[in-house]
Design a protein around this ligand. Structure first.
Ligand SMILES: Nc1ncnc2c1ncn2[C@@H]1O[C@H](COP(=O)(O)OP(=O)(O)O)[C@@H](O)[C@H]1O
Ligand SMILES: [Mg+2]
Length: 347
């Protein structure tokens, strides 16, 4: 089943020379009354041109805060305290807030988890979409409306001219998320960050929205970072996959490699906990869906060594002392586990 999933995903895009985004040693910490929560603590990844990178991990692993960091949108009491985010070679973390505002929505756009809260309830759809276009580009109201209409059309919304006059509460959840996608694409961004874009939607609508995103990503040759806790979603969507645990990257490889030859014990555990079509979880021989035993560590006091060690079936005493360093174990395949070919540093 796992190999079937991988082969069902799209072929891996030829790796271009320079990645669009290079994230290096990103650190985002929350400064709380109880102490410093090291939510993202040394994360590296790249996004190549015109590919979909899936970032997957359990809830709380730092997927959302690391994505928000790219747009300088981490919420207080969090701060980006280290690392670089190179977009076309320029470190976005060094941009002033004003200079960042000209990137957000224009070159890098975000699709949020909950379309109900990400659209403003008091403005019409048209007003919200046109405002973005006119913020970034010197165009007339009329031209902005034409753009908004074209985008609503592109995301499969019928009678777009009428929809522009409607308010968010008049639309269904799936329709609102289509508007959220249209809004992200208004200025033809090079990169779209989609954070759990279907988690808030009904299952049948989820599939439609994922299909729409995959189609648009290919058609517009844009790069996409798709953040999700759901291995099924990355299997369907991603060219490459980065697996995160407790604020760090465990493993990165092509989708095919992640599903057919995973190395990190956490990646394997995530795959094991996926519902499988060849196992029956309903009917007479009902079995509980396997989950990963234990809980993620408290990031106020992250454990020494590998952050996964106390849940890892393969952990040794060394894993409690040595921090694994992401190491290339095969071309395009990096792993952060000293039991599977990675280097480590005493921690
Ligand atoms: N308001 C907050 N105060 C303190 N820590 C927080 C807060 N919000 C998030 N965190 C920390 O950041 C971690 C990562 O959060 P998040 O990026 O939202 O995870 P994900 O998107 O992977 O579910 C959480 O596990 C938690 O430790
Ligand atoms: Mg999240």
């Amino acid at each position: 089943m796992l190999s079937t999933l991988a082969s069902a995903s799209r072929p891996v895009a030829a790796a271009p020379e320079a990645p669009l985004v290079r994230v290096e040693d990103l650190r985002v910490h929350f400064f709380t009354r109880d102490g410093v929560v090291r939510a993202v603590d040394g994360m590296d990844y790249v996004v190549n041109k015109a590919e979909t990178l899936g970032i997957v991990g359990e809830s709380g692993s730092g997927k959302t805060v690391s994505s928000l960091a790219m747009l300088q949108l981490v919420p207080p009491p969090a701060r980006t305290v280290g690392g670089r985010i190179l977009f076309r070679g320029e470190n976005l973390l060094e941009r002033t807030p004003k200079a960042m505002a000209s990137v957000r929505g224009k070159h890098i756009a975000m699709i949020f988890q909950n379309p109900a809260t990400s659209l403003n309830p008091i403005y019409s759809i048209g007003a919200q979409l046109c405002e973005i276009v006119r913020w970034h580009e010197k165009v007339s109201r009329r031209q902005a409306e034409e753009r908004a209409t074209a985008l609503l059309n592109l995301v499969g919304i019928s009678d777009p001219a009428a929809r522009l006059r409607q308010f968010p509460h008049e639309l269904s959840g799936g329709m609102k998320q289509r508007v959220g996608i249209a809004r992200a694409l208004l200025c033809n961004p090079a990169l779209v960050l989609a954070d759990e874009p279907t988690t808030a939607l009904d299952v049948t609508i989820q599939a439609q929205i994922l299909d729409l995103l995959a189609e648009l990503q290919a058609r517009l040759h844009m790069s996409m970072v798709l953040v999700t806790h759901d291995m099924g979603v990355v299997a369907r969507m991603a060219d490459r996959i980065t697996v995160m645990y407790a604020g760090r990257v465990c493993e990165t490889a092509s989708a095919r490699t992640i599903f057919t030859a995973p190395r990190h014990p956490y990646t394997r555990a995530l795959l094991e906990s996926m519902p499988r079509v060849d196992h029956s979880y309903s009917g007479r021989a009902r079995q509980p869906l396997p989950t990963i035993a234990g809980r993620p560590p408290n990031l106020l006091h992250p454990p020494a060594g590998c952050r996964f060690h106390d849940r890892c079936p393969e952990a040794t005493a060394e894993c409690r002392r040595v921090l694994p360093v992401e190491t290339e174990v095969a071309p395009g395949h990096t792993v952060s586990c000293i039991r599977h070919g990675s280097q480590g540093v005493a921690a």
